[in-house]
Design a binder for this molecule. Structure first.
Ligand code: UDP
Length: 238
């Protein structure tokens, strides 16, 4: 599949058109940003890891009944995906308190929930991706009620599957962010990526953070952490 014009450049990925109007090529970069773009840096090799990890996890999710945009990995950094119209909601699932949840509600990081939570942010950089409830999302016509129900159902299924995958790797899935899109016929599928940029992953034994929080919080060993989780995934999810 030939790469044609660049359609979009985001913080961590570039998106290209292809000969087929229903397919796009995503190219993963090593660029890292945090705090709505205020902090910028490079995580060497991240693009390769995020591309390969996301594809591996999406392949698994497909087998477990969650439709995704994945078509084919083209190279270390590039993947062919189905073109979708992104639903402008960041879908965040949490198993353990951390990050903005801890800050917003004063719950210490590490408190384990009885059941996973699902929340939405309005994908809008200018507004800083504010938390949004479903009636607000519907009022703004970001998604219909039935679409939101589908998205929630898929998000919780993704959590069940990925929690088990990561547990086998000795990694605790603390929380993660998903994005969904609509195919031209309106079908909702999982899009974007699933990687240490978008998940909190803690070593199950030591609690060591193995994700982008190492970059956000200047904890060091960022590249090593990404490499380590990828290595464990390849070993255990053969
Ligand atoms: N997350 C993300 N992109 C965002 C915001 C959050 O991928 O723009 C992920 C983040 O890596 C974490 C989860 O979503 O795994 C929950 O993030 P949180 O709301 O705690 O925000 P943060 O503390 O990252 O600002």
């Amino acid at each position: 599949m030939q790469k044609k014009e660049q359609l979009y450049e985001g913080k961590a990925k570039k998106v290209y058109a292809t000969d087929d109007p229903d397919l796009l090529i995503v190219a993963y970069k090593d660029d890292a940003t945090a705090f709505n773009g205020l902090k910028k840096g490079t995580i060497c090799g991240k693009g390769v890891i995020n591309n390969q990890m996301s594809n591996r996890l999406m392949q698994r999710l497909e087998r477990e009944g969650v439709p995704t945009h994945l078509v084919k990995e083209l190279s270390e950094r590039e993947t062919l995906v189905r073109r979708v119209e992104i639903v402008p909601l960041e879908v965040i699932v949490r198993n353990i308190a951390a990050g903005s949840f801890s800050k917003r509600y004063g719950v210490p990081e590490g408190v384990v929930f009885d059941a996973p939570t699902v929340e939405f942010s309005y994908k809008n950089d200018a507004l800083g991706d504010p938390l949004i409830n479903t009636s607000h999302a519907m009022a703004m016509h970001l998604a219909r009620e039935d679409e939101i129900e589908t998205i929630k159902r898929y998000a919780l299924r993704v959590n069940e599957v990925l929690r088990a995958v990561w547990a086998d790797c000795g990694v605790t899935l603390v929380d993660f962010k998903l994005e969904f899109g609509r195919l031209s016929d309106g079908t909702i599928i999982l899009a974007d990526e699933i990687s240490p940029d978008t998940c909190r992953l803690w070593d199950s034994k030591t609690g060591k953070k193995l994700d982008k929080d190492r970059f956000r919080r200047d904890l060091g060993d960022v590249e090593d952490a990404y490499t380590e989780v990828m290595r464990r995934l390849c070993e255990h999810d053969a």
